[in-house]
Design a protein around this ligand. Sequence first.
Ligand SMILES: Nc1ncnc2c1ncn2[C@@H]1O[C@H](COP(=O)(O)OP(=O)(O)O)[C@@H](O)[C@H]1O
Ligand SMILES: [Mg+2]
Length: 613
Amino acid sequence: MAASLDTGSTDGQEQVLANPLGGIRSNYPGPHAEISRDRNLAWWRRILPIIASHRLTFVTSIVLSFVSLVFQTLVPNMLNGAIDNALIRHSGALNSDVVHILIVGVIAGVTGIISRQYVYYTAYNVEADLRSLIYEHLTWLSFSFYDRVQSGQLISRANSDIRSVQMYSTFAPLIIVQCSIGVLAFGFMLHINAPLACIAMTIMPILYFVGIRMRRVLFPISWITQARLADVATIVDENINGVRVVKSFAQEEAEVNRLADAAERVAWAYIKDAQIRGLWSPWVQNLPQVGLALVLFFGGWMVLDGHLGIGAILSFNIYLLMLQAPFMMLGQLVMMGQRAKASAERIFEVLDESPDIVERPGAFDLVDVKGAIDFNHVRFEYANGAEILTDFDAHIEPGETVAIVGRTGSGKSTVARLVTRFYDVAGGSVCIDGNDVRDVTLPSLRANVGVVLDEPFLFSISIRDNIAYGQPDAPINDVEAAAKAANAHEFIVRLPQGYDTVVGERGYTLSGGQRQRIAIARTLLVNPPILILDDATSAIDVHVEAGIYEALGQLLRQRTTIVIAHRISTIALASRVILLDGGRVVASGTHEHLLATTPLYAEVLAQTTSGDE
Ligand SMILES: Nc1ncnc2c1ncn2[C@@H]1O[C@H](COP(=O)(O)OP(=O)(O)O)[C@@H](O)[C@H]1O
Ligand SMILES: [Mg+2]
């Protein structure tokens, strides 16, 4: 056992993946080991390095459990001797026998307790490692991964999958140890009386098969129960998060009915489960009694014949009771193994996914950014294959403020995502100060390009911490300055707890425009030389918006700014407008110039601004 664990661990150490984001390293120590990267290995071989990293506690628990079980098996045999010698033949000293049995019992108990502690210690550490591995990996994965998978489902599933792998990989060896003890117990029984031992053991295979059979019928129903519970959770979650929609369409009753249906389906599954258990449990519980009866019957005859002592019957009874649990669990082991395999494969699905956006070897830090941005004949498509940009060619000077205008869905946000390298271009290149964004380190790129998205995500923490998200140690003066520039300071200080107000679900509900202003402040605090505002002011009042742009201009005239907007008042702040249509730049120039020369421009403006002002 120990030898194979060792090989597993060296495998794992060779294969540790480097953090594809490079530089970022926190105090968090990370998991103890990686899974094996070799996809051809059996699932448990791939998990082995993680278990091997806890081999000290794991092996201790198994050894102690073995010791405990050996001592446990000694007891019935000693009891047999004590009864026959001390009580029946009056030849031994009862007191010393009792003391011996007590000592052996205490050793069995203490080692048992310590072994349990170590098992749980190992199990939960393995679980924690798997969880860290998955979540760490999820944070490394690129946007394209999240476009494909349902992240909510992924995370909830990850939890149950981790649990089932952990259970199997730590408890299965223990069950096997327990069963191997059966051999020892059988040896003692053979030693006491061979024919009776064989009779007593006939019940064990039956117990094993009943255990398997019961699991096999219970297994599907437990899956169904899980799935139906998840349905209920989804409905409840939707009703809580979507409560405004539910109420505004007066659909409370329909929702209650939907929930009641789902609850009924869960109840059906639970009742079915109970029925099956009800049917099988008596068998499982009473089969050992049949074994006891057999021992009493045949053993009784032997005692009457004088071939066997009374003590033997007693010790056979104890052995049988001791053996019943491991033999039943042996049946469960098969099922647990199948489930753990399926779970492990789902975990590997995530861990085997590699991020598309990784640093090149030899990537350098982007420093002293002047702010020139070149889109050189950029071609881009999302993973689903639709070509969004066919030949986007635009050049932005350092310090320039440029507006990108285009119809909804024309690819304006996509252009912004290419500058921060959330996705890679399919053709052409995006360069900052002449450096291809694929050649520079990711943290330095993202520190130099600040993006404010149209739907700002705020965390359920205080406003101060939200603004300081990119620079957690920023002094409050800087936080306030950023808030002032984003025209947010005034409304923040009017809140009951000011900058300490907690945002979000259990905190203070902010309006869309207020959230956008906090998101702008969050980006301004980092003070990036390149700023991209993607519809970032769409929910902000026109006069407040004007104030923000005024402050922006004052704060840093050298900043290169790309605004994606559709309000004429916003566009007017830009010195140049780029008109995007059909995946390419169709015109570029001042607002007035485009209005005069490009009919499409006026058309797009009319379309996108209708109903807004
Ligand atoms: N993550 C994505 N995966 C696949 N298609 C996307 C994704 N994001 C946007 N799209 C598609 O790309 C096109 C351009 O989107 P976008 O750049 O957001 O447009 P805009 O910001 O101009 O409204 C749209 O047709 C949209 O459906
Ligand atoms: Mg957009």
